[in-house]
Design a protein around this ligand. Structure first.
Ligand code: HAM
Length: 430
């Protein structure tokens, strides 16, 4: 008997009906990121394992428990990328990209792999859209690139009409910078004083990497984390507080920015401002995007000292938010979707050529068009237009040819109007 195969748990097929949403989102991302001057980079799915162990950190959950690692036929240890910041750094160094440009603004989009327990919003193969600002710095403004990047992320979410997002920010400069040893010792001393109440994982982390204690979800440990006397251990730099104020003033009520001392992120390469964006429209896995500054990664990977900051957005989670959003993704996607209904049976009719030229003209102006098979049955056309979710049906039949115009039907209101110049008409209604 033939065997039936299924995709691995947590690794989803993206079928027609869904794939259009992915295309729409990816197009929007490309459009916005390139308008901010970012250029795309694509790197292999497989990388040398050591690239990730060195950059993300041996004691992180990602490296410790979640990487898909195996040996190839040449006995090389390879890993399916769990994230792309390290791959981008590897590529920038390998190709000497900073020799020809002083700084780089790069973006990427693609699948990542983490062997986590699958649940809503948590996949083993998931997708990220990410952006990295590499070697961007301004004298006298140490938080310049951080501010730029956070504004870009907020602008992207606003461009997609996503509302009610919450940014949490922290500054790891003191914890991970030049004074890291002193600060970490103070943190270790603090947790040492509460060792009896810490969970066993946290006791292990106390010696290995004290910051990873902040990943604990155990209530007793969370209570100890909450009471860390930060002002004596690592007070915030004034520039960081100024950055938060400026962001708050810039976005008003529409986006919230909160400071969160316990935000250390699940990767070890961060050295300065870190942030996460959460959405109320998501369930338990509410992190929509995350990122931060990582000024030592390039040196750790054999490059020269390079200040960097970046973020990645989870595409599956963003799509979940967009489904629940008002306007929903379907509404946003279809507002520029036009369906051409050609009511003559003969495809090669001179009028059909004319229709194709008009359709292409609209396509080039950013409209999405569907040119259906010619059929004399208007009812069939309208049914198909509705199935596609088209905003308008553009009808060309006998009557229209005689009158030298088109009939444009609004698929939501049902209203029909004669139109002689399609492009002028749609540019004025969209
Ligand atoms: P991250 O926080 O590990 O950061 O991932 C970023 C986003 O990817 C998360 O906020 C979430 O939306 C999504 N994500 C992560 N794991 C999963 C999963 N198992 N299933 C579905 N979605 C997931 C990074 O990856 C860093 N590279 C961000 C960065 C860029 N930092 C500097 N530059």
């Amino acid at each position: 008997m033939a065997h039936h195969y299924s995709a691995f748990p947590g690794m989803d097929d993206i079928l027609p009906g869904e794939s259009e949403k992915w295309q729409w989102l990816e197009e929007k991302a490309r459009f916005l990121l390139s308008s901010w001057g970012f250029r795309e980079i694509r790197t292999p799915l497989l990388e040398p394992t050591e690239l990730f162990t060195r950059s993300i950190g041996e004691t992180t959950d990602i490296v410790h428990k979640e990487m898909y690692t195996f040996k190839d036929r040449g006995e090389r240890s390879m890993t399916l990328r769990p994230e792309m910041t390290a791959s981008v750094a590897r590529a920038v160094i390998e190709h000497g990209m900073l020799k020809t440009s002083k700084s780089l603004a790069l973006y990427y989009s693609g699948p990542m792999f983490r062997a986590e327990r699958p649940q809503a919003g948590r996949k083993r193969q998931f997708h990220q859209i990410g952006a990295e600002l590499i070697n961007v710095a301004r004298e006298g403004e140490p938080y310049y690139a951080d501010g730029t990047l956070i504004r870009l992320l907020a602008d992207f979410l606003d461009y997609l009409k996503v509302k009610n997002v919450r940014f949490r920010l922290n500054d790891l400069t003191l914890i991970n910078g030049a004074q890291a040893e002193v600060v970490r010792k103070k943190l270790r001393d603090y947790f040492e004083g509460h060792k009896a109440k810490l969970d066993s994982d946290s006791v292990y982390r106390l010696d290995k990497n004290v910051l990873r204690i902040f990943d604990s979800k155990i209530p007793e440990t969370r209570a100890i984390i909450r009471d860390v006397p930060w002002d004596s251990i690592a007070p915030y730099p004034a520039e960081f507080l100024k950055l938060v104020q400026t962001l708050k003033a810039g976005f008003g009520e529409s986006v919230s920015f909160e400071v969160d001392r316990t935000l250390v992120r699940g990767l070890d390469y961060y050295t300065g401002v870190v942030f996460e964006v959460a959405s109320g429209a998501l369930g338990a896995q509410d992190a929509l995007a995350g990122g931060g500054r990582y000024d030592r990664l390039y040196e750790d990977l054999g490059g020269s000292s390079t200040p960097c900051t970046g973020f990645s957005i989870g595409v599956e989670r963003l799509l979940m938010v967009l489904e629940k959003n008002e306007p929903s993704i379907a509404k946003q996607m279809n507002e520029k979707l036009l369906y051409f209904a050609f009511l003559f049976p003969d495809r090669y009719h001179a009028q059909f050529k004319n229709l194709q030229i008009s359709a292409r003209c609209l396509m080039e102006r950013g409209f999405k068009v569907i040119v259906a098979e010619p059929s004399p049955k208007l009812g069939d056309h309208l049914k198909r237009a509705a199935n596609f979710g088209a905003a308008y049906a553009i009808i060309l039949g006998e009557q229209e040819v005689v009158n030298k115009n088109w009939t444009v039907k609004n698929m939501i209101s049902g209203e029909q109007v004669p139109v002689s110049e399609l492009l002028t008409h749609f540019l004025s209604v969209s």
